[in-house]
Design a protein around this ligand. Structure first.
Ligand code: HEM
Ligand SMILES: *[C@@H]1O[C@H](CO)[C@@H](O)[C@H](O)[C@H]1NC(C)=O
Ligand SMILES: CC(=O)N[C@H]1CO[C@H](CO)[C@@H](O)[C@@H]1O
Length: 334
């Protein structure tokens, strides 16, 4: 077969599989402990945890990367590990991917679980387990993660419709609603910004020319504004980064200090600051900021995020290698 023929064949196969997926949609549900007894006597979650912890001990900033990786995977085409697929125009190549990190930790964990039992554990589940482990290692928020996802075949940059940091709260509420997540889920999940960093390019407009006013964002605390201007000078090509949680004692910890900071007008991203101001969300923000159950509630919201658009049962596949589908490895390359 020449290239074109095999391309057509792969496409037909892809469409066929997609069709089967839609028609045969008997949803085997996700469950806690899905891999118990599926990998001989091996502890699959323990193997993934070791890989994540090994990296975290050297570099605790990996936790934020793994939490964000799970969000980006689930929000685009469901939690099906589509974000991991290589290809000329796969999701990875879309602009919001630029600062996504942690792919190598997932590959390492996959290598270890494959040694324990071949072809059993999906890459989508490894992402979900690694995100849970990242949360657990960064605070007191260990939650029971659901598993049983299978890996998808399709990864297209053109499917990437992640919310932008300059979305209004109501635009963001709509984007989350499309994924079956309510405004409370959204406020809790944006609490993921209790760890990790943002690059200047994602909030520079707030410092110098907010909504084309020629002025800074008036909702930003003045001392924060001064600090950010010095880190992110106007027209500088250097794209430095700053902590999303501006409490320096807690910028690597999953806790509610992010909410306290945004109430103090010390949010970095526009959407983060808006959460504390918009009447749609300010009540939820105030209640999270003054209670101590954020880690538990964040875990519940992560479980809900982890169920978005999953493939289960006979859908999808278990990839051999997380960056390429078993079924038609060339599909993504033309
Ligand atoms: C409206 C929704 C969201 C928007 C607009 C948004 C936007 C962003 C942006 C612009 C960054 C900075 C990237 C960079 O400059 O390197 C970021 C980082 C991050 N986001 Fe979000 N995000 C959203 C929701 C979420 C959710 C739901 C989670 C997790 C549950 C999450 C977790 C993270 C984490 C952990 C980082 C830090 C990554 C790192 O340090 O490597 N975000 N987000
Ligand atoms: C939320 O914002 C509205 C409108 O600005 C305000 O009336 C209300 O008191 C705020 N609620 C909280 C809890 O801050
Ligand atoms: C890992 C990866 O594929 N990164 C890509 C993200 O998107 C930018 C711009 O669209 C590409 O240049 C990167 O190669």
């Amino acid at each position: 077969m020449n290239m074109r023929m095999s391309a057509v064949a792969a496409l037909a196969l892809a469409l066929g599989l997609i069709l089967v997926n839609f028609t045969g949609k008997c949803h085997a549900a996700l469950q806690v402990g899905y891999y118990k007894d599926k990998c001989m006597l091996k502890d699959v979650e323990g193997i993934v945890f070791s890989a994540v912890k090994g990296r975290f001990d050297k570099d605790p900033t990996i936790a934020a990367a793994l939490i964000r990786l799970h969000f980006h995977d689930c929000f685009v085409n469901g939690c099906d590990a589509s974000i991991l697929l290589d290809g000329k125009s796969s999701e990875k190549t879309a602009p919001p991917n630029r600062s996504v990190r942690g792919y190598d930790v997932i590959d390492e964990a996959k290598g270890e679980v494959e040694k324990a039992c071949k072809g059993v554990v999906s890459c989508a589940d490894i992402i979900a387990m690694a995100a849970r482990d990242a949360v657990a290692l960064s605070g007191e928020g260990r939650y029971s993660v659901e598993t049983g996802r299978r890996d998808g075949f399709v990864s297209l940059a053109s499917n990437v419709d992640l919310p932008s940091p300059s979305f209004s709260v109501s635009q963001s509420v709509d984007a989350f609603a499309k994924k079956g997540l309510d405004p409370t889920d959204m406020v809790l999940l944006l609490g993921g910004h209790t760890v990790g960093v943002a690059h200047c390019s994602h909030f520079q407009d707030r410092l110098y020319n907010f909504q084309n006013s020629g002025e800074p964002d008036p909702t930003m605390d003045l001392s924060l504004l001064q600090k950010l201007k010095s880190i992110c000078p106007q027209n500088s090509p250097a794209d430095r980064s700053v902590d999303l949680d501006q409490n320096p004692l807690s910028s690597l910890t999953v806790d509610n200090s992010f909410y306290k900071q945004i109430i103090l007008k010390r949010g970095i991203l526009q959407i983060d600051q808006e959460l504390a101001l918009d009447p749609l969300t300010n009540g939820t923000v105030a209640s999270i900021a003054t209670s101590n159950d954020f880690p538990a509630k964040f875990g519940q919201a992560m479980v809900k995020l982890g169920a978005v658009g999953v493939l289960t049962g006979s859908q999808g596949e278990i990839r051999k290698s997380c960056s390429v589908t078993n079924s038609f490895p060339n599909f993504l390359h033309f």
